[in-house]
Design a protein around this ligand. Structure first.
Ligand code: NAD
Length: 448
């Protein structure tokens, strides 16, 4: 069987392999997994720290274009008592030199969104598996390119979507799988996070919050805010859609079929700059294209609806706004409540806490203590663990290239809908029909 066909089949069916002993590394005689990390900024450092904790993984190389980020990353090697890696820096394309190295099985990419596509394409061409931070590409075509590249090279691509592993979300997944909510009907989620206070670089640490971005910014403010100037759509859909997609068995008998988006007016970022930096601040003249609240609806082949919201420019507490609703009841994370017909008092919410404890996922029960201290309440541990274990064992990653593409392509589809009078747009089927027979392999054991 051709490797590409094999990968495609296993990624969709997950049935071709039985679990191999966890020490075996396919094609690597050292028995250890060797990885390179491209982008050692704030996120890359957390992914690096978690990789360095493992006794089956060597981080042989790192790459970044900012010395301050490399310095912080190197301290993590020292703290973990691990040998210093090869360092690639100096220009924006130096990552290609890292990719030429033979002692790397897989790369983790944690750079700005616009770099994910070229870096992942080049990595797979160079024979490396890819674990990439959220957002696959910028255009629909780029998403197709990544899927086809993964198929033609036989290299896996997994989006490192950590919210799929959030403890309450995984308990809700268990409840869905055990039919507590009946047949799913409607789901909601999103990214609702006040990102107005960007970090700027005034040469002094720690970097304060402020209204500067671009060259004067620090970390995400260097690149992310510019997307709010240039684009209007759901710029960050994967934290919401990833977990919901696993509950809906997308690519395991279901798929997204169409999408429609609406964007509100844009006020929040401008008002914040005027309030914080004054009317005469140069950034007060910036025209932000991104609507303050972007709402997207997606239909599925099995008849469910999904509502996603992107809301990053207004004052608000953080919430991903999950709602999982079926014929027998629903869970919502915002009010930490649940209602199950026949169990809860009619028309009454009950606290979700006991349910979430009762349905705690076996993965959390097994690895909860290992995950302590990992970012975002521990879920970051699981996403790194899942990627590295799957690659180490030559098994399909639990988040496939098809999943990754379908979650991330929401951004360009939503930009199109907003720009075209909120028209509906057909959802691409990256699996070419194989979603009908795919089997769900995400979190169906206590392994990874
Ligand atoms: N899953 C999560 O919870 C989560 C949280 C934070 C960030 N992220 C994602 O992680 C990614 C990185 O975000 P961040 O917060 O670390 O941003 P960051 O700006 O702190 O880090 C990005 C790093 O990439 C480096 N870089 C830029 N261009 C490069 C190039 N051509 N070659 C090598 N290095 C380059 C930068 O110097 C910087 O150190 C983004 O995709 C972001 O959306 C995910």
């Amino acid at each position: 069987m051709k490797r590409s066909t094999f990968l495609k089949m296993t990624a969709l069916t997950g049935t071709a392999f039985s679990v191999m002993p966890s020490k075996v590394v396919f094609g690597n005689p050292s028995g250890r997994l060797r990885i390179g990390i491209i982008g050692t900024g704030m996120r890359g450092q957390e992914l690096l720290r978690l990789s360095l904790q493992r006794d089956d993984t060597d981080v042989t190389s790192i790459c970044d274009i900012q010395q301050v980020m490399l310095d912080d990353a190197l301290q993590l090697f020292q703290k973990a008592g691990k040998p210093k890696p090869a360092i690639y820096t100096g220009n924006q394309y130096v990552y290609k030199e890292l990719l030429e190295k033979e002692d790397i099985d897989a790369v983790i990419i944690a750079t700005p969104w616009e770099w994910h596509y070229p870096m992942a394409m080049d990595a797979m061409d160079a024979g490396k598996h890819v674990g990439c931070e959220v957002m696959m590409g910028t255009t629909v075509q780029e998403h197709w390119d990544i899927v086809k590249k993964s198929q033609s090279t036989g290299k896996q691509y997994m989006m490192l979507e950590n919210v799929c592993y959030r403890r309450d979300v995984m308990a809700a997944l268990q409840m869905v799988r055990q039919g507590i909510f009946g047949e799913l009907v409607h789901l909601q989620g999103g990214y609702q996070h006040d990102l107005r206070e960007v970090k700027f670089n005034d040469g002094k640490q720690p970097y304060g919050g402020g209204v500067e971005f671009g060259e004067k910014g620090f970390s995400e403010a260097q690149w992310r805010t510019q997307h709010s100037v240039d684009r209007n759509g759901d710029l960050y859909p994967t934290h919401g859609i990833g977990p919901l997609s696993k509950m809906l068995d997308i690519h395991a008998g279901n798929r997204f079929t169409s999408l429609v988006s609406m964007a509100s007016k844009s006020r929040g970022l401008h008002e914040y700059i005027v309030k914080t930096g004054g009317e005469t601040h140069p950034n007060a003249k910036v025209n932000f294209k991104l609507g303050d609240v972007v709402t997207t609806m997606i239909s599925t082949a099995n008849g469910e609806t999904v509502l996603l919201q992107h809301d990053t420019s207004l004052p608000r507490p953080y919430s991903l706004g999950f709602r999982v609703q079926g014929t027998k009841g629903l869970w919502m994370d915002i009010n930490k409540s649940i209602h199950v017909e026949g169990v809860s008092q009619p028309h009454r919410w009950e606290e979700a806490k006991n349910w979430l404890t009762q349905f705690d996922h076996p993965l959390w029960q097994k690895y909860g203590s290992d995950a302590q201290g990992a970012g975002h309440g521990g879920m970051d541990f699981f996403v790194v663990h899942a990627f590295l274990e799957a690659i180490k064992r030559s098994e399909p990653t639990p988040i496939s290239v098809y999943d990754s593409a379908a979650w991330s392509v929401i951004t360009p589809l939503s930009e199109w809908s907003v720009a075209n009078n909120n028209n509906s747009i057909a959802f691409p089927d990256f699996t070419n029909g194989e979603w009908k027979t795919g089997k769900q392999i995400f979190a169906n054991s206590d392994d990874y």
